[in-house]
Design a protein around this ligand. Sequence first.
Ligand code: GDP
Length: 387
Amino acid sequence: MREIPVVLIGHQDHGKSTLIGRLILDSGSIRDSRVNEIKQTDEAAGQKFELAHLVDSFRQEREREMTMDTTRALLKGKERNYQLIDVPGHGELISSMLTGASGAEAALLSISIEEGIKEQTKQHLEIAKLLGIEQLGVIVNKMDKVDFKKEAFDEVKEKMKLILNEIGYQDIYFFPISAWEGDNVIKKSNKTPWYEGMTVMDFLESKIKIPDSFENLPLTFLVQDKYSEEGKDILVGLVEAGRISSGQEIMFLPSKQKSKVESIRDSEGEMNKAVAGDNIGITLSDNIGLNRGSVVTLSGSSLKEGSEVSGDIFWITKPSKKDLVLECGTAKVEAELKEPESIEDGSNTNYVILTKEPIVFDPTKRTILGKIVLKDDGKIIAVGNIS
Ligand code: GDP
């Protein structure tokens, strides 16, 4: 069964991990034995058990395997499952939203009623919007700290609505919850008789739509690497969108070279065709000089290539110089910022940038090739889209 990725966003300590813990615990998505193990570890360390420790334990596992910088927890629904994604910071948030076909499709924004709207609350929203996340729920958490008072909830809700409108989100659902005590997360709370809306779980189950499959979009195969085997080049990468089959005529961008797919394989062996989401290796009828950053498509595709790109961008921090590194899909190129001339931290602007080598982009903005990241000395400083 396909899992729907849902990313948790919001300011530090506003309860993201606790909410994930509460959701997986009350839905029975985690085994009792696992919960007991974590409780015992806490006890042995002289610590009080916290729901967030459920998520921490997944994180530690990942760290041991050194696989990921995000933590994913499986939440079981009635007819479909969700992958709840917890991200430690901006960089990880952006990377997790940028992972194309497997990236987040919905977000839950957590706001602590005690602290209210903070810097990261807004920044995460701006990033989510720029990266194309349209499905959003706003969690007003720690309601137990204000005795579940309606007035406190309404106040944050009204303030937040203005910000959401400014960023471009409309008709967003708000949930007064206590992740800690479990109110309105899976079970409806009797402490909020004034609240007639859904629980967080009902929202996920009834309002989050599975987006159209990337399979029906034009072929976009992102070449990550090339290696040789018995004199033949094998190009490996991810089918970000569309389908590819052996025998098919293909075109490479930005070079516009044409070739024919000879064979397709994945880690299990050879196959006749591959679809969006598949990691594959292909061989061609002729060896052509290609590198990371090349994109395989079909002639007539809507993908474009160019050395001048523009669009909307969110500046996490302002650049220290004009020469930056631009990443788009698997391409990583040196780039010079033309506009805007002056930038403030945490601002949203238009941009124009010249890249040293041409890059391939998706003007429809649907796939990962419609999004860019800018790095300054190896650090992500901005994230944007290409129009
Ligand atoms: P994150 O940094 O956003 O993932 O936040 P955590 O889930 O780690 O929570 C931060 C702190 O807030 C922890 O000490 C939690 O126990 C506490 N917390 C989270 N949710 C609630 C809640 O609903 N009520 C109260 N009183 N505390 C909470």
